[in-house]
Design a protein around this ligand. Structure first.
Ligand SMILES: Cc1cc2nc3c(=O)[nH]c(=O)nc-3n(C[C@H](O)[C@H](O)[C@H](O)COP(=O)(O)O)c2cc1C
Length: 328
């Protein structure tokens, strides 16, 4: 099968990490990804509590039987150290610290024997993360669902691979075996996937949201701060979120200052979330959403990605090198 520094380091069979998606990737999804041969992660959003970690970690690990990961946000941790404490106690194999400085947290995680990853959105961020002692740098392109930067996955991956010596994982827009094969061929040690798991039955998504994901095309996303502004979530301004375009984004994109003071619009969003009305409520998803066409188990998604990439790469190398594995 596919053998990389990532599969070696984490003891997994597929070079695939199930992205930590706040509110969506809880223990059930993480476990399904790991059962498929990858490593599943629990997403801990900025408003999550330590109890979420206490509750979901045993689900992800099937009571200590399976490895799993936890994804935290640096800017939120700075004011909420209790999330880091609960994470260490949960004993994940991998922890990601993204969206801010990972430096202050690497030492404590290493001391607990935990591998540390960090998602970065430009080459400078990659160098900073590697210098801080992060074990795995994740090049997260703007194609990605959820909060991200502005550089596309492919240019970012090339830049980050050239900039650091630590293993690099690619994130953003990888939703099929071809995408995984491309990332591995470029030099990444694996893929970090979120959007292609959104319609899985193990994801913590409502049926209405899954239906929207399955119907969406690659042109239906938008990079926006409107949902954070409307909820009063203090995300650093440089990280907007990629979500499905809807009535709310159409109404408020470019009018964020006005939105911050509009109590009616803020209330409308809260009500829509409660009612599962996704023409107003948000669904964070990346451009790869156009490739998500059916609701299958996360374990199956991981197997299809890994097995498909292995045979696709073998075929392509044969075609490119006329049956010889290496060029003469
Ligand atoms: C619904 C959703 C929620 C996300 N939440 C988080 C999060 O809480 N923490 C985090 O580090 N990344 C989060 N991300 C980003 C993912 O970790 C990852 O970068 C992204 O899903 C990869 O791109 P893809 O969606 O095209 O596969 C989220 C992504 C999505 C789609």
């Amino acid at each position: 099968m596919l053998h990389t520094e990532l599969t070696d380091r984490l003891g997994i069979v597929m070079p695939i990490i199930g992205a930590p998606m706040g509110g969506v990737a809880h223990g059930r999804l993480a476990r399904a990804v790991t059962e498929g041969g990858g490593l599943g992660m629990i997403g801990v959003g900025s408003t999550a509590t330590p109890e979420l970690i206490d509750r979901e970690a045993p689900v992800a690990s099937d009571n200590g039987r399976l490895p799993f990961g936890i994804g935290l946000m640096a800017w939120a941790l700075d004011n909420r150290p209790e999330l880091l404490d609960a994470t260490v106690v949960a004993h994940p194999m991998l922890v990601s610290i993204s969206f801010g400085s990972s430096g202050p947290y690497v030492g404590a995680l290493h001391a607990a024997g935990i591998t540390v990853a960090s998602q970065v959105q430009d080459a400078t961020g990659a160098v900073t993360a590697a210098d801080a002692g992060v074990d795995i740098v994740v090049a997260q392109g703007t194609d990605a669902g959820g909060h991200t930067g502005t550089v596309g996955t492919l240019p970012l991956l090339q830049l980050v691979l050239d900039a650091v010596d630590v293993p690099v994982v690619a994130a953003g827009g990888i939703a099929t075996a071809r995408g995984l094969a491309a990332a591995l061929a470029a030099g990444a040690v694996g893929a970090w996937v979120g959007t292609c798991l959104l319609a899985c039955p193990e994801a913590n998504t409502k049926p209405e949201a899954r239906a929207k994901v399955l119907a969406a095309r690659e042109t239906d996303t938008v990079l926006t701060r409107v949902f954070d502004v409307a909820q009063g979530i203090p995300w650093p301004e440089r990280f907007a979120g990629r979500a499905l375009r809807n009535r709310f984004t159409d109404a408020w994109l470019g009018r964020e200052t006005e939105l911050a003071d509009d109590a009616g619009a803020r209330r409308e969003l809260v009500e829509a979330r409660g009612a599962g009305a996704f023409d107003t409520a948000y669904i964070y998803a990346g451009q790869g959403v156009g490739l998500v066409r059916q609701s299958v188990s996360a374990a199956q998604v991981v197997r299809d990605l890994g097995e498909g990439a292995a045979s696709f790469l073998a075929e392509r190398f044969d075609a490119l090198f006329g049956g010889e594995l290496r060029p003469r």
